[in-house]
Design a protein around this ligand. Structure first.
Ligand SMILES: Cc1ncc(COP(=O)(O)O)c(C=O)c1O
Length: 350
């Protein structure tokens, strides 16, 4: 259609993980959601914000989400001027591209990882280059000096689950002429994070989400931590009321209930370790995971066959049609009961 920009007309668009309508009748392990509810304080905070008559909803929310920046800043050890809140980390990933890469300029990411970076780059009209992974999970043929405007590093990696070492990430920060965006969507389930590098390097940005470890995928909450100059630029670009009132109330309550958060992560990590061991026992290859999911391959390397078998049993996992990934499945970690049922199904499927 002539009314559209050619790149928009030509692109296919991102396909998010399937969200079935009858969600309660599935064991849903396909989008790395948290199997536990958010902190009870989140529900209290949302109800308090709505009030008995919803009067608060008449007025716009805080445009800057300033209180959230303060709470997050205290939690992560940064001045609030180093933090921006986002309507899901997807929003801030998008705005980082819009801030830094013009039409035809280079964006890079490691493949396989989060393919949405590529979609966002296409929308912007940026040139996108995917760098493969070596057998030891470093980036293949990464240039000595990367001239692109933004490089996205998902660590822990999704869908594979491994995390790049802090030393390796630091080397990448030094080799990037543009921004190194470290997407730490899954880092709360990992043994280390890269926040120190934000302090050390002016080109490093860390993004986080409350969708996974805080069980708030439905509220759409994320954030980025970076130098104040970068945060100020992102503030110019974002929707001025990017977080609604309920999301802001939920975010503060969730971040302030660290005991609940830690316990939820602990249970998921324990279940991940148990499930990984059980998969190995039944002959699956499993990449040791630092996320709330595992990438596992059946002995015949036929991920689709197992996906179909699980689907028939109303267990939803992620099969990725990328030829690099068809040998396995990404399986989110649910409750221990859900994972026991999944294991039993895998044994029955054979
Ligand atoms: C690596 C990675 N980054 C970012 C996101 C987006 O998270 P959010 O829900 O905060 O937009 C996801 C969601 O699955 C993800 O896997």
């Amino acid at each position: 259609m002539k009314l559209l920009r050619p790149n928009i007309a030509a692109m296919s668009g991102y396909v998010p993980g399937f969200q079935p309508d009858d969600i309660a009748s599935w064991i849903k392990l396909n989008t790395n959601e948290n199997p536990y509810p958010p902190s009870p304080r989140v529900v209290e905070a949302i109800l308090a914000e709505v009030g008995s008559d919803g009067a608060s909803l008449r007025t716009y929310p805080s445009a800057s989400s300033q209180k959230l920046r303060e709470v997050a800043g205290e939690l992560y050890g940064f001045d609030p001027s180093w933090i921006i809140m986002a309507n899901g980390s997807d929003e801030v990933l998008n705005n980082l591209i819009r801030a830094c890469a013009g039409e035809g300029e280079d964006i890079g990411y490691a493949h396989p990882s989060y393919s949405y970076y590529s979609t966002l780059a296409e929308i912007q009209g940026a040139a996108v280059c995917a760098y493969g992974l070596t057998d030891t999970f470093n980036i293949e043929a990464f240039p000595e000096y990367y001239h692109g405007k933004v490089f996205f590093l998902t660590t822990p990696n999704s869908p594979l689950g491994f995390a790049f070492s802090p030393e390796y990430i630091e080397e990448l920060a030094q080799s990037c002429g543009g921004l190194l965006v470290i997407d730490e969507a899954y880092v709360d389930f990992a043994d280390w994070n890269a926040l120190e590098l934000v302090r050390k390097y002016e080109n490093v940005v860390v993004t986080r989400t409350l969708s996974k470890s805080y069980a708030l995928a439905g509220m759409r909450l994320g954030l980025a931590i970076a130098r104040p100059e970068i945060i100020a630029a992102l503030d110019k670009i974002r929707d001025h009321y990017n977080l609604d009132r309920l999301a802001q109330a939920a975010c503060i309550a969730a971040l302030q209930d660290q005991d609940y958060f830690r316990e939820s992560c602990r249970k998921i990590i324990a279940t991940r370790e148990w499930f990984s061991r059980e998969l190995l026992e039944i002959g699956y290859a499993v990449i040791p995971s630092q996320g709330n999911f595992v990438f596992a391959s059946p002995p015949d390397k036929n991920g689709k066959r197992v996906y179909d078998g699980l689907y028939e049993r109303k267990i939803l996992v992620r099969f990725l049609s990328d030829p690099l990934l068809t040998h396995g499945l990404r399986i989110s970690i649910g409750t221990r009961t859900e994972m026991e049922a999944t294991l039993a199904a895998l044994k029955a499927i054979g």
